[in-house]
Design a protein around this ligand. Structure first.
Ligand code: TRP
Ligand code: ZN
Length: 887
């Protein structure tokens, strides 16, 4: 039942813990429905605490308390402690010396559909403790600044739970009577309880080894369900690549003798960095060429890297409190982005990251749930595992690197690791280490941690032919966000390059600056600042915010011709792509206005010609080439509109796609044929690039809707031996009026019904389809035997995909999409509040739509908050969505 007045937690209220837990010995007697937990804690008063309270309060939720004992004396009687909904208060504990508290309690993993604490996934027992799940296992000081040595013994039936895993090293094992066995694990590193994990079940494993740079041999193991054992090789390779990369780039070596990864099919997020025992969503482990796409392969390596990198940025050095979440997440995302960039294509990876940031994170930062990367208040911390904390957090770390340079950044990270190893620290400690190692002042830069909202930069240029100077004037502002009406100017690195009219590089020489360079990093610190470039015999074309050097919106007036010029000549791969996006974006926005005003649509030939030029050039990086041919997404276009018009956006974008297909058909067809070959099982940049460019061409050509093209896509679907090609073909078949649509969907289902992750794709594809009958299909799929509201991957693949990746149908003007989503949120609320709360996200931006839709969305949000027994997760998101008004 919902707390009638859910409590808000504030950063300003932080105090150090009153007690420390030096060590804990845990003993689990495993049972699917009645697991017995006994915990032996060694505690003492924290000398740093000012509190005079002599009682001890531990957190605990949904626990059946059986016994409490202090210092091995008599069990405590009812008058010596108090049990509340979410805590256990021991009235008096020793204040002068260490003491031992023993607690026994029982829990029911099978009843745990929230997937937090100890739960069952396909018959396997596993845990998820971040952020505050440990308190659902046993009573504890469940906060990240309490770091403890863990010893864990697992006892269970040999057939039911043949594999028994926990953090650290296996130090003992044995057999018991009645077919049971036990294992004891010891983790030699202090850790907060959110990094605790246990796994027990019928698992198979693949094993490998890694030798560290200092010559230590590490055992690597990946555990999965039996039928998935043939899909683990890529994950293992990824792990070894990540271990090697962290040694090379950050000088960081792994610290235990064993590294284990377990894949589970019921998981709220992507993966979890538990010390020495990562638990992963199967989606980010399992891959075989015929079941996983090239994107899946890339994402698996990225997430394996992410969790591995947490061992230093998160585990060895952890967060003081949950407001500091970006300390570990922002930095670790930055690290995994660079890892993927080094492993694949830097240019492509940067574009993909910025694309996601600008569509999803910018929307979050402009909406009612906007918060700084270091939030200052929350009701439910699980709601703050956001794009802002993760992705904008990574951008902030990236800006620090831009400001201090790659070498300075390494000096700073070395100092950070040296100063804080073994500690629970703050974002400020990270910035201080960067400052100290580089002798720079990041005082103003720190505002990025405290201020929400996407800054808006406006740039103007003035060329003075007689002085041969170019003055670039940049102003910054930031819109108000909830609780922050007034914003201070930020310290923003703006990377700029100049081009001559023939496309060659023009020298960048700032007045009073160093000698001329190919590009400069402007330090924008004031509300408005002018930068004067000198020695320019002709007016250059300005390439600004190269590499997307700051997470901002930039407005600079540009003609279509100038965008087309930069698309041809900019040496910065990011800005070159961005020029194409601006060109296409401007043209599509113009067509949207035409549609809204009842004018006919015509695609400006400058756009066709620009694309034609891109198509006719030779390219090494075919993935990058494909990105240049992609139009801005409907979601990105929606971000650019005052009042989002989903129908006009869809129609205008489709119109441009068709025009390009018609007018560049010859080139697209040739490109398709040149790159279409069977290279299934090959994952080098060349093979991936060929698949990507070919499938981009197929997607354009499919708009032509003629028999030959129908045949082409069906042919590819029928003969594909890898999931990238099969899925690409099915996608175009489903998203166009293809005669064999249903037949292909059915055969795909029959082929893959035993592979849950492939069936997720099948759901997603239908849910995100823009064809007219989609809503009815989605409703029918809810009744499909393979649909399961208790499996987060399934929920995301159907309900999530429909509400977040199908703007056209989700925002149907009669409100049926909103009503449908709300029905599902209410059903999910009692099963899994975290997932329910994520699904509310599709309704939060209601103020961005027309009045009719606003009213319909608002009514559903109101229905949500007045639902009985609403969780605080859902309540926080829905109520904040309703309250805040942007201006
Ligand atoms: N720390 C995890 C990561 O980013 C995130 C995570 C996994 C998580 N599972 C969770 C966060 C459950 C909250 C709840 O690597
Ligand atoms: Zn993380």
């Amino acid at each position: 039942m919902r707390d009638p007045n859910p409590q808000t937690i504030y950063l300003k209220d932080y105090t150090v813990p009153e007690y420390l837990i030096h060590s804990v010995a845990l003993n689990f007697t495993l049972d699917d429905e009645n697991t017995l937990v006994s915990s032996r804690l060694t505690l003492s008063r924290n000398p740093a605490s000012q509190s005079r309270d002599t009682s001890l309060t531990l957190s605990g939720e949904n626990l059946k308390l059986m016994r409490i004992n202090l210092d091995d004396g008599n069990d405590l009687s009812k008058d010596q402690y108090l049990q509340t909904q979410d805590s256990l208060i021991i009235n008096a504990v020793p204040q002068q010396q260490r003491f031992v508290l023993s607690i026994e309690n029982a829990i029911n993993p099978k009843a745990n559909t929230a997937l937090e604490g100890l739960y069952l996934s396909n018959g396997m027992l596993c845990t998820q403790c971040e952020a505050e799940g440990f308190r659902k296992i046993t009573y504890f000081l469940d906060r990240p600044d309490v770091m403890t040595l863990f010893t864990t013994t697992l006892v269970g039936d040999k057939d039911r739970y043949p594999v028994l895993l926990s953090n650290g090293n296996k130090i003992a094992q044995g057999e018991l009577s009645d077919n049971r066995h036990w294992v004891t694990w010891e983790d030699p590193f202090n850790k907060p309880c959110y990094l605790f994990a246990l796994v027990a079940g019928q698992l198979e494993c693949i094993a490998d080894r890694f030798t560290t740079q200092s010559g230590r041999d590490i055992d690597l193991q990946i555990f999965v369900e039996k039928h998935d054992i043939d899909k683990c090789d890529h994950a293992m390779e990824s792990l070894k690549n990540a271990m090697h990369w962290d040694e090379q780039v950050y000088g960081r070596e792994y610290d235990l003798d064993l590294y284990m990864i377990v894949a589970v099919s019921h998981f709220n997020m992507g993966a979890m960095e538990n010390k020495g025992l990562n638990v992963f969503n199967t989606k980010f482990v399992l891959a075989r060429p015929d079941t996983a796409t090239d994107f899946d392969y890339e994402h698996i390596e990225a997430v394996i890297g992410h969790e591995y990198f947490h061992n230093w940025t998160g585990n060895r050095i952890t967060c003081r409190d949950w407001f500091q979440l970006s300390l570990k997440e922002g930095f670790t995302v930055f690290r995994d982005q660079e890892f993927t960039g080094d492993r694949t294509s830097k240019a492509v990876k940067r574009i993909e990251d910025v694309n996601m940031l600008r569509t999803r994170q910018f929307a979050e930062d402009a909406g009612p749930l906007a918060h700084p990367i270091r939030p200052d208040a929350y009701i439910e911390i699980n709601n703050f595992y956001t794009l802002t904390v993760y992705e904008k957090g990574a951008e902030v770390v990236r800006m620090i690197r831009t400001l201090v340079g790659a070498e300075g950044f390494r000096k700073g990270s070395d100092l950070y690791f040296e100063r804080h190893d073994g500690q629970a620290v703050t974002c400020d400690d990270f910035v201080s280490a960067m400052e100290a190692a580089n002798d720079i002042d990041l005082t103003q830069f720190r505002r990025w941690y405290a201020q929400a909202g996407t800054p808006l930069l406006t740039a103007r240029q003035h060329y003075d032919p007689s002085a041969q100077t170019l003055t670039l004037t940049i102003s910054q502002s930031c819109p108000p966000t909830p609780g922050q009406a007034v914003k201070e100017p930020l310290h923003i690195p703006v990377t700029v390059g100049l081009l001559n009219k023939d496309g060659s590089v023009a020298p960048c020489k700032l007045q009073d600056g160093d000698q001329a360079c190919d590009e400069v990093i402007l330090q924008l610190t004031q509300s408005e600042q002018a930068f004067i470039f000198e020695g320019l015999a002709e007016q250059p074309v300005v390439s600004i915010l190269r590499g997307f050097s700051a997470p901002v919106k930039l407005v600079m007036e540009r003609s279509l011709e100038e965008s087309a010029f930069l698309l041809s000549y900019d040496s910065d791969t990011f800005n070159r792509w961005e020029a194409g996006q601006q060109l296409a974006g401007q043209i599509i926005m113009g067509l949207i206005a035409d549609l809204q005003n009842g004018r006919g649509m015509h695609v400006n030939p400058i756009m066709i010609n620009a694309f034609k030029q891109v198509l006719e050039q030779p390219w090494d990086d075919l993935s990058y080439f494909s990105l240049l041919l992609n139009l801005p997404s409907e979601t990105y276009l929606a971000e650019q509109m005052q009042v989002v018009d989903v129908e006009a956006i869809h129609a205008a974008r489709e119109f441009v796609t068709l025009a390009l297909a018609e007018q560049l058909q010859t080139q697209l067809q040739a490109l398709y044929l040149n790159n279409h070959r069977d290279e299934s099982g090959k994952f080098d940049a060349g093979a991936i690039g060929r698949r990507r460019i070919k499938n981009t061409c197929l997607s354009y050509l499919s708009k032509l809707e003629n028999k030959d093209i129908h045949h082409l896509s069906q042919q590819q679907f029928n003969t594909a031996k890898n999931m990238t090609d099969q899925m690409a073909a099915l996608t175009v078949i489903v998203n166009n009026p293809h005669p064999a649509k249903q037949q292909c969907l059915d055969s795909f289902y029959r082929q893959w019904q035993a592979e849950a992750l492939v069936i997720d794709k099948w759901f997603t594809l239908q849910a995100s389809n823009s064809m007219p009958d989609t809503f009815a299909t989605v409703q029918a799929l809810m009744q499909h035997p393979a649909f399961d509201l208790k499996n987060p991957n399934r929920v995301r693949s159907l309900i999530g995909a429909f509400s977040q990746s199908n703007p056209l149908h989700f925002h149907a003007s009669n409100g049926q999409g909103y009503q449908f989503l709300t029905d599902q949120i209410i059903a999910l609320n009692t099963l899994n509040p975290q997932i329910a709360s994520r699904m509310v996200g599709a309704l939060t931006a209601w103020r961005r739509y027309d009045e009719g839709r606003q009213a319909l969305m608002k009514a559903q949000l109101e229905r949500i908050i007045t639902t009985e027994a609403i969780s605080k997760d859902v309540y926080e998101v829905a109520s904040k969505s309703l309250i805040y008004k942007a201006d």
